[in-house]
Ligand binder design. Structure first.
Ligand code: S3P
Length: 184
């Protein structure tokens, strides 16, 4: 009998939650591959995320994101950092749950705002400081129910990415033992 594993590990949550940083740390410590669906989308169309929003619009981006989730699941990657909006698409969400274990990296609106800093984020484009925070609060409130459907909720405020990664490792090892293997 093979060693049971978590399937793929999916990290989800709002922009600024630290999904990619934590994904990289987990993959490094487990010696497996990881990817970020935003980077996959950029590779698929050879445009940056802001360029896609600008040239093709949000609905086109969401379609690409849906394709990227399907594609990521077929690839040899064990840890997948999902774009903030990816879990909202019902078909993607079903697929994600069929193929692995989900971790919601929880961040407060204020902390998300601080971590995003001056990075370009299409959803916050053209907004004043005050409006950005309001928009983050609204989007997070709209999304929170879906995010909370994740298998595990991991707080990230006042914690380093290494601490967050350590908690996820512990959860996976508690469930599957230290010698678990990734499947799929
Ligand atoms: C988005 C989050 C971004 C990116 C796009 C839209 C969202 O990804 O996919 O700007 O809808 O929350 P990150 O969560 O990786 O920043």
């Amino acid at each position: 009998m093979g060693v049971e594993g978590p399937g793929r590990v999916f990290l989800l949550g709002f922009m600024g939650a630290g999904k990619s940083t934590v994904a990289r740390k987990l993959a490094d410590s487990w010696g497996v591959n990881w990817l970020d669906t935003d980077r996959l989308i950029e590779d698929m169309v050879d445009l940056s995320i802001p360029e896609i929003f600008e040239k093709e619009g949000k609905p086109a981006f969401r379609k690409l994101e849906k394709r990227a989730v399907r594609k990521a699941i077929l690839m040899e990657v064990s840890v997948i950092a999902l774009g903030g909006g990816a879990p909202l698409e019902d078909e993607s969400w079903r697929l994600i749950n069929d193929y692995g274990t989900t971790f919601y990296l929880q961040v407060s609106p204020r902390e998300a705002r601080d971590r995003i800093g001056e990075e370009e984020r299409p959803l916050l484009e053209g907004l004043s400081e005050k409006e950005k925070l309001e928009e983050i609060k609204e989007l997070l409130a709209e999304r929170e129910d879906r995010y909370r459907e994740a298998d595990f909720i991991v707080p990230t405020v006042d914690r380093s990415p290494s601490e967050v990664a350590a908690e996820i490792s512990e959860i996976v090892e508690d469930r599957h033992g230290k010698t678990f293997r990734f499947s799929g």
